[in-house]
Design a protein around this ligand. Structure first.
Ligand SMILES: Cc1cc2nc3c(=O)[nH]c(=O)nc-3n(C[C@H](O)[C@H](O)[C@H](O)COP(=O)(O)OP(=O)(O)OC[C@H]3O[C@@H](n4cnc5c(N)ncnc54)[C@H](O)[C@@H]3O)c2cc1C
Length: 247
């Protein structure tokens, strides 16, 4: 956790952007000074537990985070800064309404204006490598918010390919940048399988590639290994994160 206490924010509005994705816009005085710019900025979100209006959040002290006593700890999940607009004072987070319906997805589905949530300082280390001769961007729908910010940050003159797995055509989104986008529809297949197949059978450009990869954890592990072992990409050129675990 960062040394800064999480910011307590409120829902301004929410919008269904595809059948399985909802965009929640957060506002609040505590957004001042938020550093949400750049590609792939990750935040911890602190959700209230049932019966609580506001999540308990720790206070930052020089001895580390100090939690309020006598209050239940919040549910904590990781999400992506989809858009931060300092002028409008708005922070957008896009939530997949997945079938597992954990507490975070359920909160997003039901979020009403005024609802409280806590947000950590953004982190993330990905930066496009100016020496890369091509870029690969690979992910599933949980990765789409980050993919959008990654594609927007890639240099237009370097070839870029994106492989993106979503449930079906209704989950495709308009994406920025000049990358060639290959949408893969999951249908009834297990998550990650069609994505792994699409990448494994793709013809990739020759040269020094850089990869951004995220999605279901087993699929990410499998594809990372494939990119390093079978495609000969450099270890530090593959930025891979498991976002969730299929059970
Ligand atoms: C760096 C990072 C950035 C992320 N950014 C985003 C983001 O911007 N938007 C977003 O929607 N998610 C994002 N995720 C993924 C998100 O954190 C997980 O999907 C999380 O598990 C959701 O929490 P939950 O409380 O809804 O479900 P949990 O309580 O964690 O899980 C409940 C059940 O749902 C299943 N499950 C969880 N996620 C999915 C899924 N996507 N599809 C199908 N089943 C699922 C689990 O296997 C489990 O059985 C990100 C994850 C990381 C690590």
């Amino acid at each position: 956790m960062s040394t800064t206490a999480p910011r307590l924010l409120q829902v301004r509005r929410s919008e269904q952007i595809t059948p399985r994705m909802v965009r929640v816009t957060l506002v609040g005085d505590e957004l001042a000074g938020f550093g949400g710019d750049g590609p792939d900025r990750r935040i911890k979100m602190f959700f209230p537990v049932p019966g609580q209006e506001r999540p308990a959040v720790p206070r930052a002290t020089s001895g580390g985070p100090l939690w309020p006593t006598g209050e239940p700890r919040p549910t904590i999940r990781t999400y992506t800064v989809r858009r931060f607009d300092a002028t409008a004072g708005e922070l957008d987070i896009d939530f997949v309404l997945h079938e597992g319906r954990g507490p975070a997805a359920a909160w997003a589905r039901d979020a009403q204006p005024g609802a409280w949530v806590g947000v950590s300082e953004p982190g993330g280390r990905y930066v496009p490598d100016p020496a890369a001769t091509f870029h690969l961007v690979i992910g599933d729908e949980t990765a789409l918010p980050a993919v959008t910010t990654v594609l927007a940050a890639l240099p237009a003159e370097v070839p870029a390919l994106a492989f993106l797995e979503v449930a079906d055509a209704a989950e495709e989104q308009l994406l920025p940048g000049a990358a060639a986008i290959r949408w893969v529809h999951r249908g009834a297949q297990p998550p990650g399988e069609p994505l792994a197949e699409a990448v494994r059978t793709a013809t990739l450009p020759a040269g020094r590639g850089q990869v951004w990869l995220a999605g279901e954890s087993a699929c990410v592990r499998d594809l990372r290994r494939h990119l390093l072992d079978d495609r000969g990409l450099e270890r530090r050129a593959v930025y891979a994160t498991g976002y969730w675990r299929a059970r």
